[in-house]
Design a protein around this ligand. Structure first.
Ligand code: HEC
Ligand code: HEC
Length: 376
């Protein structure tokens, strides 16, 4: 296994990150051998089990939001594979988030986080958004840091957990340390126990059902080309490259075309909003395809309720919306990726493809006691 600290170089091999036998002290020990993908770790946060345990309490604690209504788990609930079941998430004051929540599993194998911002690489930094954002307010910490810290500090439980997590530091009780601890927790939500994972390890002992096998053939066929964008352990790493020769993670799949020139809804222009490049309009990061059975609705804005709906978009080579304020023929979106060109599926083939996607279900990670809400 390859551990990458930071995105610009510093490579550590498994043995350099290794730990004394029998003692779990690193992320590396938690990654099963079946996963050979690179691991991306924030260099400013050295993992510890004590910090992880503190992070687990904080992750599930609504006292971390200004009005006690939202914890991270409100929008990242293990029942929904650490996502939620809304089209778009709802913040502490009831405001609608721009996007559909994302499942927080196997994040350490994703070099980019969030749907459309190439600058966010690590949960340690991503977390500033839910904590501090004001448009919309998600947890409402900004401007209320002192009061929220005081509220948590007044609980002796946190005195104890902080002293274990940051033993040598008298100023341990800080927003910074809260972020680092929660990041340690979510980095350990690692999924490698799907039926397909087992099949990959030993196809004789763990054969896939016939329907899933047929679906797998379709997924990896050049006719459908799913695998060209959905690769790697998370089915989130494309094999396609940018003009500079780097892996390209962002694509326009032709979901909208409001003005005939490729416009997406004003609520969310995708990558163009962060790069300022009009050619990035409607581009979103390729999402993870694990645990889809728990994460409906789908797409960046939750605009597809079922997997069948998503697959039909690919069949038609984009989405033709005939009604509503966002109407337009996405199939003719000039910014759409050339791989989204459409194909014909029989009803049986469509079902087979869904069976394959369901073989990417891992409920083990969701039901582990060490990942569960400690307040229950
Ligand atoms: C109000 C709902 C809400 C709350 C509360 C919330 N999140 Fe999120 N989270 C989201 C949404 C929506 C996204 C997708 C954002 C995007 O794509 O830009 C997301 C994305 C993420 C991601 C990136 C995942 C990926 O695959 O790119 C991480 C990491 C994350 N959240 C962690 C947290 C943590 C930790 C907390 C608590 C401090 C938290 N979130 C609180 C709604 C929420
Ligand atoms: C050109 C790259 C590309 C190809 C080819 C591709 N996808 Fe995707 N896929 C994406 C992107 C990008 C998104 C996110 C789109 C959005 O939310 O706007 C996505 C989203 C999805 C989702 C929704 C996941 C979620 O959690 O919301 C599913 C399911 C999916 N793709 C399955 C497939 C299947 C099955 C195929 C083959 C028929 C396929 N994809 C082909 C890039 C691709």
């Amino acid at each position: 296994m390859l551990l990458i600290a930071g995105l610009t170089g510093l490579l550590l091999t498994g043995s350099q990150c290794g730990t004394p036998a029998g003692k779990k002290t690193g992320i590396a020990d938690r990654i099963p051998a079946i996963i050979t993908d690179s691991v991306y770790l924030y260099p400013g946060n050295i993992y510890s089990e004590e910090k992880r345990e503190l992070g687990r309490f904080l992750f599930y604690d609504t006292r971390l939001s200004v009005n006690n209504t939202r914890s991270c788990a409100s929008c990242h609930d293990p029942r929904f594979s650490f996502a939620d079941n809304y089209n778009r998430s709802i913040g502490a004051f009831g405001d609608l988030h721009q996007r559909n929540s994302r499942p927080l599993i196997n994040l350490v194998f994703n070099p980019y986080l969030t749907g459309a911002d190439t600058a966010v690489h690590f949960p340690e930094l991503q977390m500033n958004r839910p904590l501090m954002s004001e448009h919309p307010v998600e947890m409402g910490v900004k401007g209320n840091e002192a009061f929220i810290l005081q509220r948590l500090q007044s609980d002796t439980l946190y005195g104890y957990l902080f002293s274990k997590a940051y033993p040598a530091d008298p100023s341990a009780f800080s927003m910074e340390h809260i972020r680092l601890a929660i990041a340690d927790f979510i980095k350990t939500l690692i999924s490698a126990e799907t039926a397909y994972d087992r099949y990959r390890q030993d196809s004789v002992r763990y054969p896939l059902p016939m329907a899933a096998m047929r679906g797998k053939q379709l997924f990896f066929s050049d006719r459908l080309a799913c695998y060209r964008c959905h690769g790697g352990i998370n089915f989130a790493r494309p094999e396609l490259k940018t003009a500079e020769g780097k892996t390209d993670f962002y694509f326009n799949t032709g979901l909208y075309n409001i003005d005939g020139k490729g416009s997406y809804p004003a609520t969310d222009h995708g990558l163009a909003a962060s790069t300022g490049n009009p050619r990035d309009e409607g581009k979103f990061r390729v999402p993870i395809l694990r645990n889809l059975i728990f994460t409906a609705p789908y797409l960046h804005d939750g605009s597809a309720q079922t997997l069948e709906e998503v697959i039909r978009v690919y069949e038609e080579g984009g989405r033709n919306l005939t009604r509503g304020p966002n109407a337009g023929d996405g199939r003719k979106n000039p910014l759409k990726d050339p791989l989204i060109k459409g194909f014909v599926l029989t009803a049986g083939e469509r079902k087979d493809l869904i069976h394959f996607l369901y073989s990417l279900t891992d409920s083990v990670v969701l039901n582990k006691k060490e990942n569960a809400n400690p307040f229950r």
